[in-house]
Every structure is written in structure tokens, then in C-alpha cells.
Design a protein around this ligand. Structure first.
Ligand code: KIV
Length: 300
């Protein structure tokens, strides 16, 4: 695999992601839920931004992803798309947003592209989801599949548990991965499975595999951005590496702000607009915003 590959400016597209697998260039993916975080990950050169239904847990404070709605994910998708220039944006289809029939599946999948500004949708499910994936793909909507630990099936799995740990269940996860690839998915997330199973699936499929809790031998990796940045202090799953401690830094910054306001230190002259000019009848006013970086901004 190509390591430490510096991304170029070209937009990341479906064909390009397939090519990255053929070139053995590892794919980077993180979740994002708003324009500011999207920009942060753009600057870092992340290839794929997933507007995951994990937003239910990290943004909305829920204990599962089940209550998240299509409208909610699309709302966040639009924000992420506005903060994105190069990265490939994927909208996550939430619980029961496609299972009611192909018409429902197609209508909802299409909304992620037409209203959310995404380039693809992600959908949890294996063999059972394959006919739906085929239908959506035939309509020209790229589908990223998701097998192994599928959080929307938390109750069927009896909790957020590693999947495919026995030969029998591993064979089932492999069959799921093959089915979604045959149905036309352009990539597949492998979540919460043993590393050797993930390697076997990665070797068996032509489409890129993106791992989370699936070891190092996938074609790419994904992390929930709040985990990566250390914004989830109460949660530290084994597969998560925190690359920053934003929560602690945020608490320290907010504490300092409170101290400075209470002590009358903030705002000082530096952060104030001075005095009224008594000799000027009219004033054009001072601009509140001093510097805006070009290249990003409202897209609708
Ligand atoms: O919703 C999500 O964030 C996901 C990733 C963890 C793959 O599905």
C-alpha cells in the first residue's frame, strides 16, 4: 500500500476511489456533520466525508442511531457539502429509510444527492440489502455498503458487538460483502470484525473496503470525527485512536473565558470598537468581520 501519499486537488470521485484500490493507495474517511468540521478535514486532505447517522449519538446525544431521520441527515449533509471542495461526500441512510420498498429506497436515496449535495449514499446491510442496492445503483446513485457490525441492528445483535468471530458467522459476513459488491456497491464499510476476516474480504473484492474496528488490512479507514478529535470523553472504544483532546482543550478554553469575563479582563480595548465620534454626523460603521478566506461559502 502507498503510505503518506499527499492528496492532490482533484475532486475525489467514485472512479477515483476504485482507482485508489487498484493503485494500492489507502483511502482516508471521517464523519462530518457541519461545514466547519468539513473545512477542517478538507484542509487536512481527507478523501471521504461521511455524514453518518452516528450524528444521533455524538450531535443529538442519543444512545443509538435508531431515531435519526432522513430529514436530519440531509440537513447535516447540506452543511457538510458547503464546507467541501475536494472530498467525496456520502450521506448515510438511517434506520428504516429504505426497507419499505424500492420506491421508498429510491426516493430517499435521491434526496441525499438532490437536496443534501452528497455524491453517494451509504446503506447498512448485506445479502438482504443487495436487491435494494442494485435498484438504487441502476438509478445512477452510487452506494457505499456497510457490513459486519451494523449499528442500526443493535437490538438484533444484542449490543454493539464484534461480528464474525466464529467460522460460521465469518462466512456470513463474507457472503454479505460479496453480495453487496455483486449488487453494484462501489465500496463497503467493514465495521467491528476480526482483522483476518477484513483482510480476506479486502482480497476477495474488487471494490475498496473501508474499515472501522476491522484492523489494518482494509483499503481505507474511517473514524467518527468526535472520537478522532477527542470530543467524546466518556467513550473510548478499543478501535479508536484519539489524535487530539479537543474536549479537554475546549473545557480549559471556556473556563479561561469565564474567568476573564468575571474578572473584567475580557473584552479589553483590543476587542472593542472604541468611542463615539462626536464631530461626525454620519458614520459608515466598522466591519465586524475582518478576514474571510476565499474558496468556501454558501452553495445554496
Ligand atoms: O454513522 C456512522 O458514522 C458510520 C461510520 C461509523 C462508518 O456508519
Amino acid at each position: 500500500m502507498t503510505r503518506g501519499h499527499a492528496p492532490d486537488e482533484r475532486p475525489v470521485t467514485v472512479p477515483r476511489l476504485r482507482q485508489m484500490k487498484r493503485d494500492r493507495t489507502l483511502i482516508t474517511m471521517v464523519t462530518a456533520y457541519d461545514a466547519t468540521f468539513a473545512r477542517l478535514f478538507e484542509e487536512a486532505g481527507v478523501d471521504v466525508l461521511l455524514v453518518g447517522d452516528s450524528l444521533g449519538m455524538v450531535v443529538q446525544g442519543l444512545d443509538s442511531t435508531l431515531p435519526v431521520t432522513v430529514d436530519e441527515v440531509i440537513y447535516h449533509c447540506r452543511a457538510v457539502a458547503r464546507g467541501t471542495r475536494r472530498a467525496h461526500v456520502v450521506g448515510d441512510m438511517p434506520f428504516l429509510s429504505w426497507q419499505l420498498g424500492s420506491e421508498q429506497a429510491l426516493r430517499n436515496a435521491g434526496r441525499f444527492l438532490s437536496e443534501g449535495g452528497a455524491q453517494a449514499v451509504k446503506l447498512e446491510g448485506g445479502v438482504d440489502a443487495a436487491p435494494t442496492i442494485e435498484r438504487i445503483v441502476r438509478a445512477g446513485i452510487p452506494v457505499m455498503a456497510h457490513v459486519g457490525l451494523t449499528p442500526q441492528s443493535v437490538h438484533a445483535m444484542g449490543g454493539f458487538r464484534v461480528q464474525g468471530k466464529t467460522e460460521e458467522t465469518a462466512a456470513r459476513v463474507l457472503a454479505d460483502a460479496r453480495a453487496v459488491a455483486e449488487a453494484g456497491a462501489y465500496s463497503v464499510v467493514l465495521e467491528g470484525i476480526p482483522s483476518d476476516l477484513a483482510q480476506q474480504i479486502t482480497d476477495a473484492l474488487e471494490i475498496p473496503t473501508i474499515g472501522i474496528g476491522a484492523g489494518p488490512d482494509c483499503d481505507g479507514q474511517v473514524l467518527v470525527c468526535y472520537d478522532l478529535l477527542g470530543l467524546t470523553p466518556d467513550l473510548k472504544p478499543k478501535f479508536v485512536k484519539r489524535y487530539a483532546e479537543f474536549f479537554e482543550q475546549g473545557v480549559a478554553a471556556a473556563r479561561l473565558y469565564c474567568d476573564e469575563v468575571r474578572d473584567g479582563v475580557f473584552p479589553s480595548e483590543e476587542f472593542s470598537f472604541g468611542k463615539v465620534k462626536k464631530d461626525e454626523a454620519t458614520s459608515s460603521g466598522l466591519s465586524l468581520v475582518q478576514h474571510v478566506r476565499p474558496g468556501y461559502g454558501p452553495k445554496g
